[in-house]
Design a protein around this ligand. Structure first.
Ligand code: E4P
Length: 214
């Protein structure tokens, strides 16, 4: 399973990348705005740190606008992926871009049907939003599980990115369900590697070692 970092914070990316845990990065306009930096500059910097795919989202709403933006963004780096919203216009843009060899990540997916359509249109990645589905009381895990089955049954190359990940359980369950990728906020990563019993265990081992040396 691959881990992407869901952040545009360069320090966070460097910290987790140093552990060999970063297979790619995803951003969206909210994430970019949080950094208060120029969009192109920050995406280029992230692409130079991480060798895997880095998603940068378009702002346009028509297929013409999305395709024009995507053609520009795709030239920023070899590993850039263009994020396209899941709309009729978005699907049209994905179809055109896939024929041009431009990689896409279709975002804001909330149903199995949306994911299937995006894959059929030629998306490289599809991003079902687990946390936002749960906020509405809907089972996001089912969407991910069924999409994985469908991708395998029909031999799609499209990879599923479990997005809107909020907690440790989300990461564990989507891994179990076979999501190809989980995109994880930088702030959540330390919660994945730490446990109070691990800290307590180290403390006890060191205390016992000190006693033994006396
Ligand atoms: C990533 O591709 C998504 O944009 C992101 O995971 C959304 O997360 P949120 O629902 O916590 O904003």
């Amino acid at each position: 399973m691959k881990f992407f970092l869901d952040t545009a914070n360069v320090e966070e990316i460097k910290r987790i990348n140093a552990l060999g845990l970063v297979d790619g990065v995803t951003t969206n306009p909210t994430i970019i705005a949080k950094e208060g930096r120029d969009f192109e500059e920050v995406i280029k910097e992230i692409c130079s740190i991480v060798s895997g795919p880095v998603s940068a989202e378009v702002i346009g709403l028509t297929s013409e606008e999305m395709v024009a933006e995507a053609r520009v963004i795709s030239k920023w780096a070899d590993n850039v992926v263009v994020k396209i919203p899941m709309t009729e216009e978005g699907l049209k843009a994905v179809h055109i871009l896939s024929q041009e060899g431009i990689k896409t990540n279709v975002t804001l997916i909330f149903t199995v049907a949306q994911g299937l359509l995006a894959a059929k249109a030629g998306a490289t990645y599809i991003s079902p939003f687990l946390g936002r589905l749960e906020d509405m009381g809907t089972d996001g895990y089912r969407v991910i599980e069924e999409l994985r089955d469908i991708m395998d049954t029909f031999g799609f190359d499209t990879e599923i990115i479990a997005a809107s990940i909020r907690n440790l359980e989300h990461v564990e369950v989507v891994a179990h369900l076979g999501s190809h990728i989980a995109t994880i906020p930088g702030s959540l990563f330390p919660k994945l590697w730490s446990h109070p019993l691990t800290d307590k265990g180290i403390e006890m081992f060191l205390k016992d070692w000190e006693q033994f040396k006396k």
